[in-house]
Write a protein that binds this ligand. Structure first.
Ligand SMILES: Cc1ncc(COP(=O)(O)O)c(C=O)c1O
Length: 381
């Protein structure tokens, strides 16, 4: 059987990984500034992460959500404490798209309405409800198209106000920081007004922190810079450090109804072991602080490079979620970074380099990237 060929592939085959480094089958060592798409939070092959999953695997790997699972309760408690949402409840599932599906469903169950307001440039996943509120029409099959999803420009509170006036909306969904859309950061003031408006219109505010959460921005969630408390928060990617897991943090305003949500694999023992280890490592190693400081260092160095070269159109992001928008397509720079300098990076559209490294990235590793990037721009003159 062949693989269904839907991905654009680099010609790299990895054999192992440790911390912020990847090793390929030809013996090359790469610096990882991509983190498998913001998934690797506490670093590759962390000893405590491996031990936690391995220990659980030897005890019991899986049963079902039809019995008491203390590991889920312990994980929810730990995640609540680290994220500052101890008073919320946790529904565990398997992927970011699934987390958003469940959040949209909860909002619709609660308000008994069906329209959802999303933002231009949004990405919320590939499943039916999530892709309907994703602003990339080519990802939607005719089956996924819905009149229930409406898009307005990010940071435009008047456009939101005009739409919500209709009284037909169950939810507004917004990314903490838009990732696929090119590292677009919502204004703090906009988030505050959005929260107030949603409350006054009785519309549920869903914060998709799947890419921007888990400490990547320097706070556990990006929206915490604004002080707002959304009704629903979705998490995935970094919370499992490569173990597929996701969740919805649900405000105390929601009453759980038996049977209203469900999943076979969500909250499995192994996921809880992986997630608990991530929480412990993030706390022990102060990875949120590291994300804030190392991110600031990278951005100040990139600003310095831009003063000298003028080649960066705009620098955006927070902590270790950074978008470098260039004046030209970045494919050649990324190719050189990967094959000449052995540095993995991500991309958004054609002109934006996206940095999503493990949160344990050191200043020395960051300086290696800065040196390589500066050299490539200098040789390009
Ligand atoms: C903001 C955001 N939401 C949702 C998703 C979908 O997550 P998944 O691919 O785990 O379904 C992604 C994935 O890139 C994302 O960045």
């Amino acid at each position: 059987m062949n693989l269904f060929d839907v991905y654009n592939l680099w010609n790299v085959e990895l054999k192992s990984a440790e911390g912020c480094y990847l090793y390929d089958s030809a013996g090359n060592k790469y610096l990882d500034l991509y983190g498998g798409h913001a998934v690797i939070s506490v670093g590759h092959s962390h000893r405590l992460f491996i031990e936690s999953v391995e220990r659980q695997m030897r005890r019991i790997a899986f049963f079902s959500n039809s019995i008491i699972n203390r590991e889920q309760e312990n994980y929810a408690k730990k995640l609540g404490e680290l994220s500052g949402y101890s008073d919320y409840s946790l529904f565990m599932c398997n992927s970011g798209a699934e987390a958003n599906e469940n959040a949209l469903k909860l909002a619709s169950f609660k308000t008994k309405k069906s329209r959802v307001l999303a933002f231009c440039g949004a990405f919320h996943g590939r499943t039916s409800g999530a892709v309907a509120v994703t602003d990339i029409p080519q990802y939607r099959a005719p089956y996924n198209c819905s009149d229930n999803a409406v898009f307005v420009p990010l940071n435009n509170i008047e456009a939101v106000r005009d739409e919500l006036k209709s009284g037909e909306y169950c939810a507004v969904i917004i990314e903490g920081i838009q990732g696929v859309g090119g590292i677009k950061v919502p204004d703090i003031d906009f988030l505050q007004k959005l929260s107030t408006l949603c409350k006054s219109e009785n519309v549920m505010l869903i914060l998709d922190e799947i890419q921007s959460g888990c400490g990547r921005s320097g706070k556990y969630f990006y929206h915490q810079y604004s002080g707002i408390r959304p009704d629903l928060i979705t998490v995935a990617k970094g919370i499992g450090n490569g173990f597929p897991m996701a969740g919805v943090l649900i405000s105390p305003e929601f009453e759980p109804v038996k049977g209203s949500l469900g999943t076979t694999f969500g909250g499995a023992y192994l996921a809880c072991a992986a997630g608990s280890a991530v929480v412990d490592i993030m706390t022990n190693e102060n990875l949120m602080e590291n994300a804030a400081q190392t991110g600031d260092f990278i951005c100040s160095e990139l600003s310095r490079i831009n003063l000298a070269t003028g080649k960066i159109k705009e620098l955006r992001g927070k902590g270790l979620m950074i978008g470098i928008e260039m004046n030209e397509p970045v494919a050649e720079i990324r190719r050189k970074l990967l094959f000449d300098c052995k540095i993995f990076t991500g991309v958004s559209s054609t002109n934006i380099i996206r940095l999503l490294p493990p949160l344990c990235l050191t200043r020395k590793d960051a300086a290696t990237f800065i040196g390589a990037f500066e050299q490539i721009l200098a040789n390009d003159r």
